[in-house]
Write a protein that binds this ligand. Sequence first.
Ligand SMILES: Cc1cc2nc3c(=O)[nH]c(=O)nc-3n(C[C@H](O)[C@H](O)[C@H](O)COP(=O)(O)O)c2cc1C
Ligand code: SF4
Length: 489
Amino acid sequence: MWRPPQRIAFEPARGRMPSRDEARASLLFSRVGVGPLELEQRTWIPAMVPWRATEDGFVTDDVIDWYSRFARGRPGAIVIEATGIRDVPSGPLLRIGHDRFIPGLQRLTAAIREASGGHTKALIQIIDFLSIRRRPERGKFIRQFLRVDAQHKQALGDAQMSDEVARDRLEALPDAELDRLLSARDRESLRFGHRERVTDTQFEHIRNLPQALPGLFADAAARAKAAGFDGVELHYAHAYTMASFLSRRNTREDGYGQTLEGRARLPLETIAAVRAAVGRDYALGCRFLAEECIDGGSTVDDAAYFGAAFARAGLDFLSTSRGGKFEDAKQPGVGAAAYPYTGPSGYECMPQYISDERGPFGRNIDATKRIRAAVRAAGFSTPVVCTGGVHNFEMAEAMLREGACDIVGSARQSLADPDWFLKLSEGAGDEIRLCEFTNYCEGLDQKHKSVTCQLWDKIGVGAPGVRTTPDGRRRMTPPEWRPSRTDAT
Ligand SMILES: Cc1cc2nc3c(=O)[nH]c(=O)nc-3n(C[C@H](O)[C@H](O)[C@H](O)COP(=O)(O)O)c2cc1C
Ligand code: SF4
């Protein structure tokens, strides 16, 4: 993963721990409405893919164990990982693109309800993404993937040569020469693997995304409702299709790009279609980027416009993230796919403890505060969720008090200790396992390995009843909390 060149090491702090009474009287542990839902507290575990689904996208016992474990910490809400809306193979990512996925998801919502004693709301993040190929070997790229055209042949000195001869000649060229003959897009496909973009309107399936996506999202949301989820989060963030429509880099010329209105059009049409499918009495929100954090990408002013537009369109919550784009991702090794969290924008999304002067904690607070202010100025009270580096009570409470957000998201701190909210509310904050923001978990995610945390995945390995990864080395879920204090329940 990319790290800021300043290389300043930050240490997460426990901060001042509240007593049980103080915690219970705090903003963090106060109720909040999210459309038709009421969360018991303003704590929120945002989507995190743990790589526990089957190869064909079904819920497994490991998925159930994972989310049940988080539910036992009783956060206000848990958002289930990015779940694919299409009925196409996508590796061990959860899927919701067909009714056959509903029974497994039903098991999941029932498990969360039971494990949290009905205290936690379960939402699901639904996603569309375009295809990306692995970085090819040079020879394979030239032989199989490159579309040889007249310009290549002209540059090789004979416009009449066969494609076969052109490929032979291209393959024999030194790298620098080959680079000169390839278009920028082909050079990228060679170095990073071919990646579809929403601007590839020369392809019918990309041109027709505005016709296809509202229905796909609406059907997926209807399945989520049928499976018993309390709400749906549309994934409009990071490197995926909807975020690419919202991006300043979206130059589509068909009314779905270029201007702010054009870029927001498909996301808004999708909201309307989903709303029609799930009805007004169902919690619907989206996750989108406060800032894209790439050259020429969307800024917080764009996000403020989108936030107000989404609120006007009737979303029940807005959740922000930042960065996480392909445009500045690291070059993958041959045979591997580019990963959108490996460059500077990836750092903004999941900053680790080695940082710049701003540090890794709360990098999205200022931008989210501006978006929330714009939503309020437009006359909407839509709750806003802010995530990023939150790891102690003081920080979370200050974010709420200072108007950055209405709900506090915490991903990695909750992974390190899914009971951390419970411990705070019970006055047992000194028992919290504090996330070190090393991104060990993120490294596993990148390799599509079962995500675990280095602070707990070796504890009790080999003990009866402790499920481990197939290699037997890591436990799959955090150990249970056994309160050492009598006032903790
Ligand atoms: C292992 C892992 C998987 C993630 N998967 C998702 C995802 O499916 N959808 C999403 O919007 N964000 C995802 N994220 C980003 C988190 O939701 C969150 O925005 C990010 O980790 C920063 O918050 P934190 O500092 O509280 O961890 C993931 C993060 C991690 C560490
Ligand atoms: S592995 Fe654990 S300690 Fe490290 S960043 Fe992830 S959650 Fe935090």
